[in-house]
Write a new protein. Structure first.
Length: 197
């Protein structure tokens, strides 16, 4: 098996409407909806040409994609949880869904790609694909893909141009002053320990 190909000049996109809600585990140092431009994450712009905000379809996905980044680590500290909250994000106008490139199934083959874009270690390649998708004439709002650490969950890399299409409906802390209502179930689901200081 050779290396994953670069994005072709002509991309055939599978773009689908997505209605939400979505969830985002965010660091309190930033806004609940934050479009990063540092080329630090998988589908960021290669040179900061646009911002990207990462969302999950449910709280389980938001948790594992935030606290499960280091494969093999099966614990989270109270300090890590206390530094973050969960934002519930909905459409600003219910009649205007997000238009996302769907990479969870046949959309990959249509483009000449495979799931290494969402799970592989070549982040620079994934960023070049993200830029090609962002710049496509169909102007999608972002990318829907399978979460790397739990492929049963859907993640979204939302392009900055879609910022006006969403709004924060609610913010719930992971830990303090009271634990998130789903935290115990999530820790049990992923067999994660909770480490006290």
């Amino acid at each position: 098996m050779g290396p994953h190909p670069e994005p072709p000049h002509r991309l055939r996109l599978l773009v689908r409407p997505f209605n939400g809600p979505w969830f985002r585990s965010f660091d309190h140092r930033y806004d609940p909806v934050y479009f990063g431009r540092r080329a630090a994450n998988r589908f960021d712009a290669p040179a900061g040409e646009f911002g990207t905000c990462y969302l999950a379809r449910d709280c389980h996905g938001a948790f594992i994609e935030t606290f499960g980044h280091e494969t093999g680590v099966r614990a989270v500290t109270e300090r890590e949880l206390a530094a973050r909250s969960v934002a519930r994000i909905v459409l600003a106008k219910p009649a205007t869904p997000l238009r996302l490139v769907d990479l969870r199934g046949e959309g990959l083959a249509r483009m000449g790609a495979d799931n290494a874009l969402a799970t592989g270690h070549d982040l620079a390649l994934a960023r070049r694909w993200a830029k090609a998708l962002h710049d496509h004439p169909r102007r999608p709002d972002g990318i829907a893909y399978r979460a790397r650490h739990d492929p049963a969950r859907t993640s979204v890399a939302l392009f900055e141009r879609a910022a006006s299409k969403i709004r924060v409906q609610a913010v719930t802390p992971w830990l303090r002053p009271t634990p998130h209502p789903q935290l115990a179930d999530i820790l049990n689901h992923y067999d994660f320990g909770l480490i006290s200081p």
